[in-house]
Design a protein. Structure first.
Ligand code: 2U9
Length: 385
């Protein structure tokens, strides 16, 4: 048996004065360590290691205090190095260092397995009566943000929201809107047809909702449900090749006002109010004559470019203007097709793509971003209105 050196006090058969009954007990019972022989040192380290390996408790902080704390096993054993004979110091030091590394590694594992990385976090921090941590909240999709904004602006003008089916029949999507079978304008609104019934299709605009609302009003004896003042938000479909500027589905808000003696001036003022609320008081508008089968006269409305303020830039293609919607006075044929007397009533209608408004408002360059669900894109709208 190799002597380790000077033995000041011999307190038990092992030459160690600390209690090893339960090295993982939260009560630290080490007082003084005294090595007698190298063999005793190695045995002691071996026994401690076994206890650590078979440890079933997972309180990382209790383990740290017991083994690595200022009054812990590792410090206590290290402190006894001064009693080790000079010729054994090197080997004893190596063994103790190995033991220390082993204990530190075990502590790291315990921290990870208990999900507790902070030595300051102890049992009492797990107060189940405390309110839960905040969950990260998602944000509204930019299409929803813009749609809600458009709706709230028109609601202030007395428009109600109307919704309808996305799978429509030919009459509500085309024929009622002055687009009979074989009308050339149908080409621009090619869509997806339902194999089950050749009369069914995915709606190409939300105008079919207005048709349904007009039919309801027209059916009511003496057209009692008039006037109609509605906006119709919703998803629409087109058979288009997907690109930065076109998609096979997108979103619209259309509006309809039917009453007696409605004028084009009513239409202009309504839309002027809308763009001022949507884009700011400085925005200018202009109307250009256009053609739609369901309105006569028809127009397209432009606003002054939000980027250059009308000076001319790449967004407005150096014109100073950007198109935002189409509009017009409802064609008398459409009123008649829906059971409303076109001699007594008239009205205006308008339609806009929500994606287009969102692209202008938030300077988004590619339509596909709206449907790719990339959180890096969507996160940018946290808190946006
Ligand atoms: C009824 C009568 C008339 C709705 C209108 C437009 C003009 C229009 C386009 C804007 C961009 C469609 O999303 S888009 O491609 N819409 O230019 N829409 S007038 O006219 C109606 C609707 C319903 C009963």
């Amino acid at each position: 048996m190799q002597e380790l050196g000077h033995v000041p006090i011999l307190l038990n058969d092992w030459g160690f004065s600390f209690c090893l009954c339960n090295p993982l007990s939260t009560v630290n019972c080490i007082t003084i360590l005294i090595f007698v022989t190298m063999e005793q040192l190695l045995n002691q380290i071996k026994e401690l290691k076994e206890k650590i390996i078979t440890n079933v408790e997972n309180d990382a902080e209790a383990f740290r205090i017991k083994y690595l704390g200022t009054k812990g096993f590792v410090k206590a054993i290290m402190g006894e190095m001064k009693n080790v004979a000079t010729e054994n110091k090197k080997e004893a030091g190596q063994r103790l260092n190995e033991f220390k590394l082993f204990v530190e590694e075990k502590y790291e594992q315990l921290k990870l397995s208990s999900g507790n990385n902070s030595p300051l976090t102890t049992h009492h921090s797990q107060d189940l009566t405390l309110p839960a941590d905040d969950l990260p909240l998602g944000s509204r999709h930019p299409i929803s943000l813009v749609k809600n904004k458009i709706i709230s602006i028109f609601q202030r003008l007395g428009f109600a929201v109307a919704e309808g089916p996305e799978v429509e029949d030919d009459f509500h999507n085309f024929t009622a809107l002055n687009l009979p079978e074989n009308h050339p304008a149908r080409d621009m609104q090619d869509t997806f047809y339902i194999a089950q019934n050749p009369d069914w299709l995915l709606r190409t605009h939300t105008s079919s909702v207005q048709v349904r609302e007009m039919q309801k009003a027209g059916m009511k004896n003496g057209q009692g449900k008039l006037p109609i003042r509605i906006i119709c938000p919703g998803r629409v479909y087109r058979n288009e090749t997907i690109s930065a500027r076109a998609h096979c589905f997108f979103h619209q808000v259309e509006g309809l006002y039917i009453a007696e003696n409605v004028s084009f001036a009513d239409l202009k003022q309504t839309l002027y109010f809308f763009v001022q609320e949507m884009f700011g008081k400085d925005v200018k508008v202009r109307f250009r004559p256009s053609y739609f089968p369901f309105t006569e006269p028809s127009a397209e409305m432009d606003i002054s470019c939000l980027i250059c303020g009308g000076e001319g830039c790449s967004v407005c293609k150096k014109t100073g203007w950007v198109e935002i919607l189409g509009c017009g006075m409802v064609h008398p044929n459409v009123l008649d097709n829906c059971g409303i007397d076109s001699n007594k009533y008239n009205g205006f209608a308008f339609g806009m793509g929500i994606e287009r408004i969102a692209m202008l408002k938030y300077q988004i360059k590619d339509l596909r971003l709206f449907s790719e669900n990339d959180v890096r894109f969507l996160k940018q709208f946290t808190g946006a209105v």
